[in-house]
Design a protein. Structure first.
Length: 173
């Protein structure tokens, strides 16, 4: 199923995940279906599968979170309300928010023009003992302030990331 999803064969994935071929759907099956729908930009179906997953009591995992949060960020405009609602639901179901999830949330806020919210999310991430923002995380915030024309704050964040030992590379510029 995973190969079919990567190749965009949504109909084949749907068939393989159907009751005809799969008596019990597990987390991987649901995640594969959601990833397929995300790739096909079929938002309604993606979130319907998540609701089906919850109803079936299949536990969401870090991949479930990544798929759903990324899909919220891909929508235009960014669906901040759904993004935060999904985050709340996933955390309530025991999913630990990781580095990729935080960076996706920060990206969503920046894309929505809510750079101060992105900063709050970055600070929340920095307060986690096991998580460290990386170049991608910081550069997203720097870009957000630069796009707003707030060069001083962008430079301040640039200084902060270098002070924390994050190494710049050519992709930053």
């Amino acid at each position: 199923m995973g190969i079919c999803a990567k190749k965009g064969a949504t109909e084949l994935v749907e068939e393989l995940a159907s009751d005809r071929w799969s008596e019990v759907k597990d987390t991987v099956t649901y995640n594969t279906l959601m990833a397929c729908y995300m790739k096909a930009k079929r938002q309604h179906e993606c979130f319907s599968v998540f609701e089906e997953m919850r109803h079936a009591k299949a536990p969401p995992d870090k991949f479930t979170a990544g798929i759903l949060l990324d899909f919220c960020v891909q929508t235009h405009p960014v669906d901040i309300q759904r993004m935060m609602s999904i985050l709340d639901v996933l955390q309530a179901e025991g999913v630990t928010v990781n580095h990729v999830h935080y960076t996706t949330l920060i990206k969503g806020f920046v894309q929505a023009g809510l750079v101060q919210h992105a900063v709050l999310m970055l600070e929340q991430m920095r307060n986690q003992p096991t998580l460290r923002p990386d170049l991608v995380t910081y550069s997203t915030v720097v870009k957000g302030f630069a796009e707003l024309g707030d060069v001083d704050t962008a430079l301040g964040w640039l200084n902060k990331l270098t002070q924390e030992g994050v190494m710049l590379d050519s992709t930053f510029f």
